[in-house]
Design a protein around this ligand. Sequence first.
Ligand SMILES: Nc1ncnc2c1ncn2[C@@H]1O[C@H](COP(=O)(O)OP(=O)(O)O)[C@@H](O)[C@H]1O
Ligand SMILES: [Mg+2]
Length: 261
Amino acid sequence: MKIAVTGKGGVGKTTLAGGLARLLAKQGFNVVAVDADPDANLASSLGIPEEEMAEVVPIADMKELIAERTGSKPGTFGSYFKMNPKVDDLPEALSKLHDGVRLLIMGTVKEGGGGCICPESVMLKALLQHLLIARKDMVILDMEAGLEHLGRGTAASVDAMIIVIEPGMRSVQTANTIRKLASDLLVPRVYVVINKVQDPEEAEIISRRLDGLPLLGSISFSPVVRRADIEGKSPYDLDSAFVEEVREIKDRLFAELGVEE
Ligand SMILES: Nc1ncnc2c1ncn2[C@@H]1O[C@H](COP(=O)(O)OP(=O)(O)O)[C@@H](O)[C@H]1O
Ligand SMILES: [Mg+2]
């Protein structure tokens, strides 16, 4: 199963992606968590200590590897390079393994504009495609709202996209924008999770505004989840109520997708 988590900045994408990844690993699945947000912070949500991440280089910045795999010469513009670099060994080689979750940090590609294709973006695209198509793992993608990393073809290969929203109409509007993007990119299924719910009535009101977008569940506002972030720890390790809510979301998702456990 391949799941992309999206939503407006600050809604809790990374919190949910980290929670889902840890839960699935606990349940015995091979999990690859992909940090595809330029503002990468999935590691702390998974519970990986900051010191351990200090030396981790995002894949987009691995100049030598990219040059070697794509056959491009760094610094030369407009040269020829392979469009299908070898990537199948990279999820093992480049990931950080923690509590059964393999974390991959994609990094950002600064493209020259005008739709230029550069070796870095070819590399990331090939890796994502490999993860989504060729592998049997559970893949959780922590994305930004813009879906930049999901080109046509790649997006169609996820099984589902979860849009995280907060109680509030602005968040619902963002959800609708993302939903249109997702539909243009042929994402097969799109769901919503409402996060930071302070009372059930809020979730009720928002769910009526979702215009047919199916709701997978909600997560309560939790001072413990917030505190975990402040301490750079995983809410999965500190907040059992959070874990229970993530479990319900996962169960609903599995039921929707007809995944057998
Ligand atoms: N259910 C929750 N209760 C309290 N705080 C939360 C909750 N979910 C997320 N947060 C906090 O909101 C902030 C943004 O969450 P984060 O997962 O990083 O969002 P995003 O990845 O969408 O930018 C973090 O400080 C996080 O701890
Ligand atoms: Mg995030």
